[in-house]
Design a protein around this ligand. Sequence first.
Ligand code: ZN
Length: 234
Amino acid sequence: MAKPPKRILQNCPLCNQPNEIFMQGLVRSLYSGTVQQCEDRGYSFCNCRNIFYTDWKNINIFNFKERFRNRLPKEIVETETSNAIDLVKSIFPDVESFYDVFKIDKKVRDTAKNKGMKVDKLKTYDLLYASYYFNRVENIPRELKKCHAKLNQNKYMYISMPNTKYIDFDRDNSIDFDWYVSENYTLWNLDDFTELLEENKFKVIESKNGLAKYKTENKEWVWRKDFQLIAQKV
Ligand SMILES: [Zn+2]
């Protein structure tokens, strides 16, 4: 792990406490795909929620939307969406309508539709799908409120996110963790995110720390160091 070059403080988005940059971030060129370590931008840690966070000024929504819009391999998107729907339906078979919170890849909605879910414009839904979404928004409590309003009474939200439980500081994390300062605002572990959900009128009914694995078109396995959970609106 490289040493941060100078002392830079960033305020925690949850409690506003200033903390030093603890981990240099990465940037990936949109055009060449080259990954570089940032000299002066990175992640701080705050123990109010045990989150890693960067400055919102570092977030470049355009950059990550361009990078991810409809570009993830079909098999990954279909597998992840299908698995989530199957998991929720195995516990709650009465789930009929589906809403993709992130809306960055239309394959998500198509997959849900192919699985017989209603995906047309409704006021409220039975299942909200939030894959790698909450790590990218500025104000999580505000987003949770919006999601709460979009759900039918007692219905469900599926969430998956990068999981800081898997950070290994004995090795160079740039290899396998999401330290992209333009893309991830906060990074969480399952327990603290569960607590936050429960403070925001959701009850976590199923959760898993998981090394999710997906096959790509090149027949290679992609590993995601994430967590998955199902939260119920209460
Ligand atoms: Zn904090």
